[in-house]
Design a protein. Sequence first.
Length: 233
Amino acid sequence: MNADKSNARILLVEDDKNLSLVIKDYLILADYDITLCDNGESAWETFKNHSFDLCILDVMLPKLDGFTLGEMIRHQNESVPILFLTAKSAKEDKIRGFKIGADDYIVKPFNIEELVLRIEVFLKRTRIEPVLKEKFAIGMYSFDYLNLSLIHQEVSHKLTQREADVLKILSVHIEQVVKREDILMQVWGEDDYFLGRSLDVFISKLRRYLNKDMNVRIINYHAVGFRLTVITP
């Protein structure tokens, strides 16, 4: 991914012509390189043939809906950030989006400045900056935060940015209980019921990724938080 905001390439998929042009023009003014598609099929063809730093997908799209498109994108690229943009506000729809591998979910109507701020958060996380620690040993796993990779023996699994963010927090505080609200604030920037449900989805995914080492566990302390632990045989 590009570290320079002015070179960041964004795939915007929105079939509402007026809204899509407003978003596109605003993001261009913010120095982003925007590719606009108005249906899921053309967006998929575009994604397959070009490289993008971030995808913004409307859910209610003609020809191929946003959730299906998101699944296809995530299957081909496990790390590109995906933001769903939709009028659907039901918690079940949001949970489905995160299960697919979405990094964020913005409900219409929204403030376009909020959208830009969320985009900037993801792009900043892709920049290589000096930090105390970015690689972690977790039992038989090697976790490389910068490269979004979780390696077990010779098998490498690519994480999404949000998955890596959550795992990093747990890894930094390994063998310690990390409060739910602390994870939510650090990763999502806010703490509410829906985001708590989303965090549970991410924790479940991380448990599956770590299940090749039976000594590695993420323990849930009900209504309190989580602890990443490596049990000594």
